[in-house]
Write a protein that binds this ligand. Structure first.
Ligand SMILES: N[C@@H](CCC(=O)N[C@@H](CS)C(=O)NCC(=O)O)C(=O)O
Length: 189
């Protein structure tokens, strides 16, 4: 069964995969997704990749898009920073970035329907990275309590961490940063 690549010919990250495949001699069955007409938002593609982006590789029923640490750093935590960073020079929080963050959190929730941890059935660094992002968002006041799979997964990560780590390295510093940001943002209003 050939490796399938869902892509768009003008997509920069999708071209990276196509270039690497050529370099290593991997033949791909390329399937173009029409991003402009919204084909990536159709149920058929969402069933493959709930994050609806290209490039997406599929092999023998296994779908792979960006890895979780990359997603947290490039997409999820970035959307949280876009919400709160303007407060640091004393401006206000950016509500439209919070909306984007919540959309990303919903896609995470969708993915956690199928797996115990973000990357499968074992705790990984990606769970810890994404936990830090979600708990910081909660401390800052972005409500994701309705995301049941995310909440269940957070409880699991809390249980898995060594005693006291959750409080001292997850919750307390998140609240500390949130308090600082709120005081800076309020100075601007
Ligand atoms: N960090 C991702 C970015 C993927 C990405 O943003 N792809 C764009 C096309 S260049 C896309 O599919 N956008 C549609 C969407 O995200 O809904 C990666 O490198 O794979």
């Amino acid at each position: 069964m050939p490796v399938q690549l869902y892509h768009h010919k003008l997509s920069a990250p999708a071209r990276v995969v196509r270039i690497v495949a050529k370099q290593i001699g991997l033949s791909l069955e390329e399937k173009e997704i029409d991003l402009l007409s919204g084909e990536h938002m159709k149920p058929e593609f969402l069933a493959i990749n709930p994050f609806h982006c290209v490039p997406t590789l599929v092999h023998d029923g296994f779908a792979l898009w960006e890895r979780w640490l990359y997603w947290d750093s490039g997409t999820f935590f970035s959307s949280l920073k876009a919400y709160y960073m303007p407060a640091i020079p004393g401006k206000s929080f950016q509500p439209e970035a919070a909306e984007l963050f919540k959309k990303n959190a919903s896609a995470l929730d969708e993915s956690l329907k199928n797996t115990k941890y973000v990357a499968g059935d074992k705790l990984s660094v990606a769970d810890i990275s994404i936990t830090v992002t979600v708990t910081l968002s909660t401390a800052i006041g972005i409500d994701t309590s309705e995301l049941k799979n995310v909440q269940k997964w957070l409880k699991q990560v809390e249980t898995d961490l060594k005693p006291s780590t959750w409080q001292t390295l997850v919750i307390d510093p998140a609240n500390g940063l949130a308090d600082l940001l709120k005081s800076m943002a309020s100075k601007s209003s």
